[in-house]
Design a protein around this ligand. Structure first.
Ligand code: ADP
Ligand code: MG
Length: 635
């Protein structure tokens, strides 16, 4: 297909949520990338698929739900606000909230399984329905569950039936309202539910599907839609986990489940049986290679299947940005999840398209980087709105500084904001301590932690920062939005060669005349030598300062600039240029002071290099002579 350039207007990476992406995006056929979590869920090895917002939970879920996505029948359950309210409100006297919620979920599973069995028996097992299946059919008819009902209506019926112990169990030979006086509401409901579940289990047994058809797969997605702060939400999700485990076990081989849970929700759960679920968990993880693969598949879907990797990352996109290969540049600056990748890629496309360019340029990518960073900072706060509502307020601790923050500096900055934060979030004072905010900021991937020669950002199994770990980095994704351009906020050394106000002395004349002017030249040269010497000592000190490498490099570059400026000025002076040397040296001294202050602010107050910066600054002021003019320098 030759050149890809000129196709920017057709380039499209799809929609950034699986639901719309399926409807009017690209998530069809080859665009879905069967990742490890998908395979584990497909094969039934894992039933809890956990991932951050945008990591591709719904994509896996929808893929499993599509015909051919997995072999066998599936039922997709996605609670909405109304059903969430209903479940949160559901309670039964005499049992815990978790148990009550698990019972309503078990009811939903049982009714769906019954409906499936009736159809399935007819379609897959011939005309005559076995006895147990006919019983289920009568039950469905009696309880109005025959037709296509939404989850909400089904729940409402379950809630009423369980709370007043009047599920329509005639079909199973049980009369309604058989409650024994004296038993709890929960016990009666449990008994009724048991009758229904026995009936369902009996049908599975009688049909003897095991080994003949794959089990019925329950898919539950979008629980984040019904997640709010508070114990009832907690019980809603815990109840679901318990019910899913129960159903899988009880209908032996007839049913399996795949629950899709946002990691912040799953990690916030805290219940007795949690350890029983560990072997069911799989966390969705993405590498840069995986995301590159997603990007290429999507670019192909919009530009044509002949598009190669090389054409995408060197024809459609510029080969590199700031000297970094473009794919690396992009995926290093986004959190590793397909939603972010798609957003970033589409942002690059749209900047280029708006400009009317035939392909995406380096400047387009740089422009998109800024915009993307702002979006993601905002999204991060929204993602954790329920669990950490104070997150957005913490960003202020990082604005307009350097992207490396030492633990002590973070603690100082936090102290300055502590009162205001505690006043704004009185319910979270426990989470608003220096250690807790480090955990939260790390957990959200806002901060990474230095480990050996790497900086590690949250993801999967990494342990949170330990007390002995001191160096934190703001994730590159969020740096542009917070204006964190360098490792520390070192202003560049600004110098302008100020011409001396004394005019009229020709350059050459200064050097040959052995007068005051000549002495002034000697003094100027000595001052420059002092300055260059100070720079050299500082650079040597820096070499053994143990500062984080990125900060060391930035500081090195800045001192290097001061030194180069001194060199240039000295040469100019030697050639007879009239310069305000005092002002120049004092500016450098002042700069060293600022640099020392900035390093101190970042937690390096007691490093020798910081102390030396202040020392050298003082010595330079003294050398200039308290800032007095050149005539003082006469011996
Ligand atoms: N395995 C995958 N292959 C291709 N695209 C994917 C894959 N997983 C997710 N995506 C895409 O990434 C975006 C976010 O995924 P989504 O499933 O909506 O995230 P979640 O439900 O976890 O918030 C969607 O556009 C989706 O189509
Ligand atoms: Mg989703």
């Amino acid at each position: 297909m030759g050149q890809q350039v000129g196709l920017v207007s057709q380039l499209f990476f799809g929609r950034d949520d699986a639901e719309t992406d399926l409807k009017d995006g690209l998530l069809r056929g080859a665009v879905f990338r069967p990742n490890y979590a998908y395979k584990a869920a497909l094969q039934g090895r894992k039933s809890l698929i956990i991932g951050r917002k945008g990591s591709g939970k719904s994509a896996i879920c929808r893929q499993l739900a599509t015909l051919g996505g997995h072999s066998g029948s599936s039922i997709l359950i996605t609670p909405d606000d109304a059903t969430g309210d209903e479940i949160r409100r559901f309670e039964l006297q005499g049992v815990t909230a978790d148990t009550a919620k698990s019972m309503i979920w078990r009811y939903v599973f049982a009714v769906h399984a019954a409906r499936h069995l009736v159809t399935h028996a007819r379609v897959a097992h011939g005309r005559r329905l076995p006895e147990s299946v006919r019983t289920l059919r009568s039950f469905l008819k009696d309880s109005g569950e025959q037709g296509e009902a939404g989850l909400y209506d089904r729940l409402r019926r379950g809630v009423r039936g369980l709370q007043s112990a009047n599920l329509s169990l005639k079909a199973f030979g049980v009369e309604a309202a058989f409650g024994v006086n004296g038993t709890s509401e929960g016990a009666r409901a449990g008994h009724q539910l048991g009758v229904l579940e026995d009936g369902v289990a009996a049908s599975f047994r009688e049909l003897d599907c095991e080994g003949k058809h794959p089990p019925l797969l329950f898919l539950v997605d979008q629980l984040e839609e019904v997640w709010t702060a508070g114990p009832e939400s907690h019980a809603l999700v815990t109840g679901l986990l318990l019910a899913a485990k129960y159903a899988t076990g009880y209908y032996h081989g007839g049913v399996r489940t795949a629950l899709f849970l946002r990691s912040d929700i799953y990690d916030a759960l805290n219940f007795g049986d949690a350890d029983k679920f560990h072997s069911d968990e799989i966390r969705i993880e993405w590498t840069a290679e995986g995301l590159e693969d997603v990007a290429l598949a999507r670019a192909k879907a919009s530009l044509g299947s002949g598009l190669t990797r090389e054409q995408l990352w060197g024809g459609v996109f510029p080969a590199s940005v700031y000297g970094e290969p473009v794919a690396e540049y992009l995926f290093r600056r986004s959190l590793p999840r397909p939603r972010d990748a798609i957003q970033f890629l589409n942002a690059c496309q749209s900047v280029a398209d708006e400009r009317g360019g035939p392909s995406i340029t380096e400047a387009d990518v740089v422009g998109a980087t800024e915009q993307f960073s702002r979006w993601k900072l905002d999204d991060l706060a929204k993602e954790y709105m329920v669990n950490h509502p104070f997150l957005r307020s913490l960003f202020a601790l990082f604005e307009n500084t350097g992207y490396i923050v030492m633990r002590s500096a973070l603690a100082d900055r936090f102290e300055a904001h502590r009162e205001a934060l505690h006043r704004a979030f009185p319910a979270y004072t426990e989470s608003l301590t220096p250690q807790s905010i480090i955990d939260v900021l790390y957990g959200t991937s806002f901060l990474g932690v230095r480990r050996g020669s790497d900086v590690v950002y949250a993801g999967g199994t990494h342990t949170p920062p330990l007390p002995g770990e001191h160096e934190f980095h703001v994730h590159p994704c969020f740096r542009p939005a917070l204006n964190l351009l360098a490792s520390v906020d070192v202003p560049a050394f600004q110098y302008t060669l100020t011409r001396n106000s004394i005019v009229g002395h020709g350059g050459l004349l200064n050097i040959i005349s052995g007068s005051d002017v000549g002495l002034a030249v000697d003094r100027d040269r000595r001052l420059f030598d002092d300055l260059v010497g100070a720079c050299e000592r500082l650079l040597r000190q820096l070499g053994r300062s143990g500062l984080p490498a990125a900060i060391g490099n930035d500081v090195h570059a800045q001192i290097g600039r001061v030194m180069a400026a001194a060199g240039t000025a000295r040469r100019g002076r030697d050639e007879g240029e009239e310069l305000d040397v005092d002002a120049h040296v004092l500016a450098a001294s002042n700069y060293f002071d600022n640099l020392a202050a900035e390093l101190a602010r970042n937690g390096f107050a007691d490093r020798y290099v910081t102390l030396r910066l202040a020392d050298e600054a003082r010595v330079l002021v003294r050398a200039v002579g308290g800032g007095t003019g050149r005539s003082d320098s006469s011996p």
